[in-house]
Design a protein around this ligand. Structure first.
Ligand SMILES: [Zn+2]
Length: 684
């Protein structure tokens, strides 16, 4: 239903800028009242004072909150981000209800019509699968392999995802240019591991997936036997694709994803695939070059289309049409999709209320139109000014940090300082709002609205080929509770949605705000210098600006972090993947350190008294800890361990503080205490 990037706390796929991704694993919960922050900004009720902060800091900071917020039935994971998103959603609902009224003005007509159509399940049910029929007919009409490129190209313009992903993305080595980019894709399960690994949990999920696919085919009228055979075919083709897909750790290294080539070279990778026919159907302007992010995957794709019977290929493409838009299909399709993607994969017991899903969908497809009204209501000039001040303080801290560290040579330090000075700060919302006027939104045509929105977004992206990069553009909408660093543009971005309690508390003093919002800022800034970001230069180009010795020193320090987090248990016998989560963990550790340095600088000229029984130093760490309170199901813990580059909240909280002697001092912890790591890991 939605297309999302979650850089600060959830799944981020750096190259997803270009890919239409259907993310079905998000959820929300009933609006909760704004938590009562104390004078200092700490939520006293969220603490568990019976816990020893030196033994289990997460329980100390979050124990009260965890007990008061068991995971709701429709929300397999519920933490502070969801809590705030719920408050934002309540505001958005209000905006959209108003916009959906017949009296709504021209300015908000589109968002009102989109939202109302999404809510109108009676009309959706009454249409059956008719709105999808033109696309299903197109697949039925395929006669030979030669017909596949045109059909797949067209489906990609609508946001369906058979075989691979395609779009315009930055040229890694010339970030002023967008180029046509092919990437691996075409899977119905969340990751390649789900097809190729043989642990009991995954074997069972594969069986359940086949049953789910079969049920979906039955819902469009296929006999049970036929549907069962079709589902097996789907799994077989997807498994072949998955076997040649890069795993997530390998894909973290952008060098592994950069294979720029001429179209003729691309044709040699996939000789059975008529590239020209594909590009034409995919509405691509004339191009000379392309980046094939995973060449081995494209070769396998070619092998599959040249050796698989045409009826099987059609079955596979038909499946991707059938399951790409189920939120706008009759209830039986929506329910069946939830039963697999919601219940079995994430452990959610109930589907989220329709209005919440429709708020999300409107925000995903018309986010800056909704966001404009949202910002008018919630985010004043004061919020922007104070955040900017904090950002500048954190950047100054990184500047001192680079100067002070001992493991880097002067040459690399100079290059790092150049990169830091070039970082652009974007706060709250875009300077120019996106113009959606060419996008046709029709009241009562929910599925059509969704497809046209996908095409609108796709064409907007393709239109960037051959034009200068617009760095003022945002990849997240203003109401989003998240933030991101864009390595190709070397900028940090903080949507208005996250600049609120518990992340940013206007009434509180700097201690808690630096521990929370300050650490968010430091986190994004550090991404420019993590295992991935360090490979890009000040201009956003993939270029090595490190001396070999400094690169090696970085890797050694990063390995310490990777090993530390690999030792943490996600659920049962499943450990975190320290290599997958490395960039986020480096960013968390660097981010809180930078925020700490900025606060200490601040305290040189300003006195902060003790408040609510805590010193400013203690409040700083509690502000950090209280961002990470979350309850989650075992199912989602497993899913995220495989797919999410972010560690679970508990380890984001304690992994960082246990690396900080400043924490040990603030809470007077013994050197042997559990929250004191010996020796500490430190990159930045
Ligand atoms: Zn991050």
């Amino acid at each position: 239903m939605t297309r999302r990037q979650r850089a600060f706390w959830m799944i981020t796929v750096p190259l997803a800028v270009m890919m239409a991704m259907n993310d079905r694993i998000l959820g929300a919960q009933e609006p909760t009242p704004q938590p009562m922050a104390s004078r200092s900004g700490i939520e006293l009720n969220s603490l568990d004072r019976t816990a020893d902060p030196c033994k289990d800091f997460y329980q100390f900071a979050c124990g009260g909150w965890l007990a008061a917020h068991p995971p709701p039935a429709d929300q397999p994971r519920y933490g502070r981000f969801e809590e705030l998103q719920e408050r934002n959603n309540a505001i958005l609902r209000d905006i959209l209800d108003e916009a959906a009224k017949p009296s709504s003005g021209a300015e908000t007509r589109q968002i009102g019509d989109y939202y109302a159509s999404c809510l109108d399940t009676r009309t959706i049910d009454s249409k059956g699968i008719a709105p999808l029929k033109p696309e299903l007919d197109r697949v039925d009409a395929i006669k030979s392999t030669a017909d596949i490129p045109a059909v797949v190209g067209h489906l990609h313009t609508l946001g369906f995802g058979p075989f691979f992903g395609f779009g315009a993305a930055p040229d890694f080595k010339d970030a002023t240019q967008y180029i046509a980019t092919f990437g691996q894709g075409g899977l119905g399960l969340p990751d390649r591991d789900y097809y190729v690994k043989d642990d009991a949990n995954l074997v069972k999920l594969r069986e359940q997936y086949v049953q789910h696919v079969a049920k979906m085919f039955q819902l469009v009228g296929d006999a049970p036997d036929r549907a069962a055979a079709e589902a097996k075919t789907v799994l077989q083709i997807e498994t072949a694709l998955a076997q040649k897909a890069l795993d997530r750790v390998a894909a973290r290294n952008p060098t592994n994803l950069y294979h720029k080539m001429s179209l003729d070279e691309a044709r040699q990778l996939a000789p059975s695939f008529d590239l020209s026919a594909y590009l034409k159907a995919a509405e691509v302007p004339p191009v000379q070059t392309t980046n094939i992010t995973e060449p081995e995957f494209m070769k396998e794709f070619d092998r599959i289309i040249s050796t698989t019977p045409i009826d099987d290929l059609k079955t596979y493409v038909r499946w991707h049409v059938l399951h790409g838009q189920t939120s706008y299909m009759p209830k039986a399709f929506d329910d069946e999709t939830f039963a697999f993607y919601g219940t079995l994969l994430t452990g959610a017991k109930e589907q989220r209320p329709r209005w919440k899903r429709c708020v999300d969908a409107t925000n995903a497809d018309l986010g800056e139109a909704v966001g404009k009204v949202y910002v008018d209501r919630t985010f004043g000039a004061e919020g922007k000014a104070r955040t900017l001040k904090m950002v500048e303080a954190i950047e100054a801290a990184l500047d001192s940090d680079i100067k002070e560290i001992t493991w880097m040579s002067d040459d690399t330090k100079k290059a790092a300082a150049v990169k830091l000075r070039a970082v652009a700060n974007k706060i709250g919302y875009p300077d120019r709002w996106r113009d959606y006027s060419p996008l046709q939104i029709v009241r009562g045509d929910a599925l059509g609205n969704s497809l046209r929105s996908n095409t609108f977004a796709y064409r907007r992206q393709l239109a960037k080929i051959g034009k200068p990069v617009d760095k003022t553009e945002w990849l997240m909408t203003p109401p989003t509770v998240n933030a991101y660093y864009n390595p190709f543009e070397n900028n940090i971005n903080f949507p208005a949605g996250i600049l609120q309690p518990p992340f940013f508390i206007k009434a509180a003093d700097d201690a808690v705000n630096f521990g929370a919002a300050g650490a968010v800022v430091g986190h994004e800034l550090t991404h420019g210098f993590d295992d991935q970001g360090r490979r890009f230069d000040a201009d956003g180009n993939l270029r090595d600006w490190w001396t070999p010795a400094d690169g090696k020193a970085f890797e050694e320090r990063a390995t310490c972090v990777a090993d530390q987090y690999s030792g943490y248990t996600a659920v049962d016998d499943v450990k975190l993947n320290g290599k997958l989560t490395l960039g986020e963990n480096v960013a968390d550790n660097g981010g809180l350190r930078l925020a700490w340095m900025a606060l200490m600088e601040d305290l040189k000229t300003k006195h902060l008294a003790d408040a609510d029984g805590f010193t400013p130093e203690q409040r700083f760490f509690i502000g950090w800890g209280q961002m990470w309170c979350e309850n989650r199901t075992p199912e989602i813990a497993r899913l995220h361990t495989r797919t999410n580059p972010h560690s679970p909240g508990r380890y984001r909280a304690i992994g960082v503080v246990s690396n900080m002697p400043e924490f040990q001092k603030a809470f007077s912890c013994q050197a042997t205490a559990k929250m004191v790591k010996q020796p500490v890991c430190r990159v930045w």
